[in-house]
Each structure stands twice: as structure tokens, then as C-alpha cells.
Design a protein around this ligand. Structure first.
Ligand code: NAP
Length: 289
């Protein structure tokens, strides 16, 4: 039986640290403030927004939602982002993507001030992640992976880590964060040959492919740590989600594994709000830090 690397204690540690910092900093300053920019009413966005709202109340973070109809124009959205950039009372801005096809999404994200990009999706922040600049807001899911490895004391230095997936939101940035910790990183993708064999050799396997239960027993070995980033509609149980890893097949073999749900996915909101807290702390007068 593998050790289960659950997300809740990792998220709780982040929450407790930030709540302490907010309580201390708030003594002579305003609360941190997050603004969500949402276009339309996609169920995924509304679900995420609900979770963020609940957590903001617990963390003492002000939340404002700027909701637009899907018919919103490029200029109006751009003007909103620019106003939020200028507003010194706003610490973080979360823009739900994908935006409607009528909107030039790249231009909207490019307009967002990097110091308010708490989701780590602007090129400025990604550039910092790739150059090893610690001041970056890295995308939340890669940070959630790193927080999990840190919480459970999983050594990285000199270890063979295989990252399965090369997206700009997960695979590539998590690879850079792992490299920064002196892991030896191999990035695999849909054209990789001998995939299972390469994955099987890894000390740590990070699966971020978006393919339900793709990682099976031939990808793992006793002693391996598996971080399952996948969130997929479960093809075997309607209305449920499952990871990129076939948990039932792999868990009896590997040493440690994150569950889905209740693994990496349950940490991302805590990472997002930690980023808001950190953005806010940079504005605190010295005597409140
Ligand atoms: P994505 O943009 O679709 O990227 C998937 C990556 O997996 C691509 O690099 C692709 O390779 C690779 N891939 C696809 N099929 C493959 C195969 N059969 N063999 C090897 N590689 C394959 O997905 P993403 O946004 O990175 O998300 C990945 C997963 O993480 C999804 O399940 C998503 O729901 C989940 N996710 C979770 C969180 C969270 O909070 N936990 C946040 C974001 C995403 P190519 O580049 O060659 O196409």
C-alpha cells in the first residue's frame, strides 16, 4: 500500500501561514483584496469562484467579482484590466480563461500588471519562472506540486523526475521549478517514444496529461513517488472526476501517491490566496510587515 499524499494538510499549512501574516499586517493597514474577472457563466468558472469566495472569507481577503456577459467587447475588458492595474487597493487579479473567441485573450493577459498576476499566467511571470527569479508568481498548479513535495519531505536534489505533459500552465513551469531544486528533469509529451519505460525509471513521476487513467502499472516501480495533477471526467462513473493515473492499478506498486480528488487540485486555491497575501505584503508600510 502506497502512502497517500493528501492535499488538505498542505493547503492548511499555507492557509495558517497566510492568515497569521494577514492578521499581523492588518494592524495598521487595509485587508488584502482580490478581484475576479469573469466573462459569461461557465459552470467550471462558477464552481471555482464559489470555492475562492468561501476561502477569501476565511482568510480575511476582500473579494470583488467583475462579471461580464459573453457579448463584452475587447475594449471594455481591456479598460477594466487597466483600471485594476492602476487601483492601489487591488492586490491580485484573477481572469478566468478561456475567454470567448471574440476576445483576444493574449492581449488581455498581456495587459495585466505582473505584480497583480497572482495566477502566474502573464509572459512576464512565466519568464521569471524560466529564469529562476524567486520574485515570480508561478502558475498555481505547479506551485501546488512543489508545496506537496516539500510538505511530505520528498527529496529532489539529484533525483530523476519525469514530468508527463509540456503545457505552459503545468508541464513546462513545474519542470523549471523542479530544476531549480536541482532535480534531473525529463519532460515527456504525446510524441515521446518508450513512454512507459522512461516513466518507470523516475524517482518521481508528475502526471499532467489530461487523459483519464493513462498512467498504468507499467509506468511505475516500488519506491516511486507519483504526483497526479490530472482532473478528468471519469469515463467509468458519470459525474465523478479521476486523475491521469490509474490509481487502483498503480497504488499497490508505488511508494507514495497523491489521490484524485483531494490531492493537488485541493491545494491550488490556497496557493492563489497565498499569492494574493504576498502581493499585499509588498505594499505594507515597513512597520506593519
Ligand atoms: P494540456 O494543455 O492539454 O496538455 C497536456 C499535455 O499532455 C501536452 O503536453 C500533451 O502533449 C501531453 N499528452 C497528451 N496526451 C499524451 C499522451 N497520450 N502521452 C504523452 N503525453 C500526452 O493540459 P494541462 O492544462 O497541462 O492539464 C493537464 C492535466 O492537469 C489535465 O487533466 C487538467 O485538468 C489538469 N489540471 C489540473 C489543475 C489542478 O488544479 N490540479 C490545474 C490545471 C490543469 P503535446 O504537447 O505533445 O500535445
Amino acid at each position: 500500500m502506497a502512502e497517500l499524499l493528501k492535499g488538505k494538510p498542505v493547503a492548511d499549512r499555507l492557509k495558517e501561514k497566510s492568515i497569521g501574516l494577514i492578521a499581523a499586517g492588518q494592524q495598521g493597514f487595509r485587508q488584502p483584496k482580490l478581484v475576479i474577472v469573469r466573462v459569461g457563466e461557465r459552470p467550471d468558472d462558477l464552481f471555482y469562484e464559489g470555492g475562492v469566495k468561501k476561502n477569501c472569507a476565511l482568510w480575511s481577503i476582500d473579494l470583488e467579482v467583475k462579471a461580464f456577459p459573453v457579448t463584452v467587447g475587447q475594449e471594455e475588458l481591456l479598460a477594466t484590466v487597466e483600471d485594476l492595474n492602476q487601483d492601489n487597493g487591488v492586490d491580485g487579479v484573477l481572469i478566468f480563461a478561456p475567454l470567448p473567441k471574440t476576445i483576444d485573450e493574449k492581449a488581455i493577459f498581456a495587459a495585466l500588471a505582473p505584480e497583480k498576476d497572482i495566477d502566474g499566467l502573464t509572459m512576464a511571470n512565466l519568464g521569471k519562472v524560466f529564469t529562476g527569479d524567486k520574485d515570480a508568481f508561478a502558475p498555481c498548479t505547479p506551485v501546488a506540486v512543489m508545496e506537496t513535495l516539500d510538505y511530505y519531505d520528498i527529496p529532489l536534489q539529484g533525483k530523476q523526475v519525469v514530468v508527463l505533459g509540456r503545457s505552459l500552465v503545468v508541464g513546462k513551469p513545474v519542470s523549471m521549478l523542479l530544476l531549480e531544486k536541482n532535480a534531473t528533469v525529463t519532460i515527456c509529451h504525446s510524441r515521446t517514444e518508450h513512454l512507459a519505460e522512461i516513466c518507470k525509471r523516475a524517482d518521481i513521476l508528475v502526471a499532467a496529461v489530461g487523459k483519464a487513467r493513462m498512467v498504468t502499472e507499467e509506468f511505475t516501480h516500488p519506491g516511486q513517488v507519483i504526483i497526479d495533477v490530472g482532473i478528468n471526467a471519469d469515463p467509468q462513473q458519470e459525474g465523478k472526476i479521476c486523475g491521469d493515473v490509474d490509481f487502483t492499478a498503480v497504488e499497490p506498486i508505488c511508494a507514495k501517491i497523491t489521490p484524485v480528488p483531494a490531492g493537488v487540485g485541493s491545494i491550488t486555491t490556497a496557493v492563489l490566496l497565498t499569492h494574493v497575501t504576498n502581493a499585499w505584503r509588498k505594499k505594507l508600510p515597513n512597520n506593519c510587515r
